[in-house]
Design a protein around this ligand. Sequence first.
Ligand code: 13P
Length: 262
Amino acid sequence: VIAESVRPTVIIGNWKMHKTIAESAAFVTSLAFVVRHSSTQVGLAVPYTMITAAADAARGALIAIGAQNVFDAEEGPYTGEISCRMLKDAGASFVIIGHSERRHLFHEDNAWINRKVKRALNDGLRVVLCIGETLEQHQTGKTHAVLHEQLTECLKDVGERQIESLIIAYEPVWAIGTNQTATPEIAQASHHFIRNEIAKKWGKPASERLIIQYGGSVKPENAAALLNEPDIDGLLVGGASLVLDAFVKIIQCHKIKTQSAT
Ligand code: 13P
């Protein structure tokens, strides 16, 4: 049986440390025109300096603007950090938390990520929580154990209602920026595992509504095959989201699929 998923498709671009204010506004203006009739939900996680310009350009369009990180305190003496209130004030509606580059380059651990997740959800930001195993963990068969640990620790004390504002992005570290995209089968297996873990803790209805994105070398050429998997509800796109034409092609991948039988 082929049926449209009950979950919307959610495609988010993660610009990382790229572009200028003027470039972001021009990009969003062009993108807004292209996605005006799209049923796919589209978001861009931009550098802090571009949030306001991008949000202004996205006003009235179906594009959510978000940030790539946030600090876990409400406010205070934290030189160089940024709060949820500041992000919302600037025009952000969501934030990426726990990206592998934050974990590995800036030493964010699961406990800290958990504090950030709780703060952002409490303060009314939608959260895209990134999890995923390293190449070594992948090759030694530890993927499920790693995902279990990351989910348990990063989502500790998160309530059932708050799960509604959460997106999980499965980003295998070995696939990020490497052109080594996970095969649809490998990604689907991890997504299925993640959904079952969420079902065990927050119940099946919550798990069936949860958006789980895949990230790691997503390109126009591989996006459709990934989205066709039953538990892949969206994509978190790095490099290809910097190029308007490539990002638009990814957004336009049509998805018809059955719900996973959990
Ligand atoms: P790439 O798409 O460039 O591999 O990056 C993926 C990513 O890290 C998105 O958050």
